[in-house]
Design a protein around this ligand. Sequence first.
Ligand SMILES: O=C(O)CCC(=O)C(=O)O
Length: 297
Amino acid sequence: MAALLKKPLKLALVQLASGLDKAANLRHARVKVLEAARSGASLIVLPECFNSPYGTQYFPKYAEILRPSPPTEDQSPSYHALSSLAVEAKSYLVGGSIPELDCATEKHYNTSLVFSPTGALIGTHRKTHLFDIDIPGKIKFKESEVLSPGNKLTIIDLPEYGKIGLAICYDIRFPESAMIAARKGAFLLVYPGAFNMTTGPLHWSLQGRARAVDNQVYVALCSPARDVAASYHAWGHSFIANPNAEVLTEAAEKEEILYADLDNETIENTRKGIPIYTQRRFDLYPDVSVGKAKLEE
Ligand SMILES: O=C(O)CCC(=O)C(=O)O
């Protein structure tokens, strides 16, 4: 089998503390991303809604125009900040997510932008499954009041390393997209996400580790730090799991940078030991990665 991860990779997750001031959030993200780069990370991930507080009331106010690409500095300060930051850090940068306004349709999206070390935009993901839940007495949230869902799954090629699957937060609850990315050769699934104080303790780690054990790939979940003064309290607890679903590193609720060294041998050894990749019974059920999966828009 060809290596899924062509050479070892140091991954960093920045569990960032963000506030109401977008420009300050971007400046703070820069400081933290550069710190991760100085520690040797060549792929750095920011959280969901890293440049704003999380909440439907904030999406339109913080939304930026991203298409047609590249946007002007006025249309998207975050696009430009992330692009130059990737160059400065000399690393791949998954820009968590930001609220996006599509001018042509007047629809809003929750969108992740990924840049290469040359500052080129190499991928975007619009959250495909919107966070609409209602657990009486605990939490009610309806992203679809403001946001529209993206219409594609996202796999991004980092030429020196290999492919990563990218999805956002609630997307993780739909194992099909993870399985499609893994079966199409991703070595890592990345989820910027902001679970909450109800579903965080219940499902955050379970979902991340499940996607790792199902697919025998590395999985990274990157949350904002918890801000108890904000209207939405993020669970935090960013973590990186290995292909055997062991947690390599995990944050608490405060701002922190996590690191892990990823290598191809660990993926191969996991798959050799528990060979589910050769034991699947596609005579009994369909392979979700062939046929209709929509990867391009
Ligand atoms: O799935 C959950 O429980 C939380 C999801 C979420 O917070 C989000 O999609 O932003």
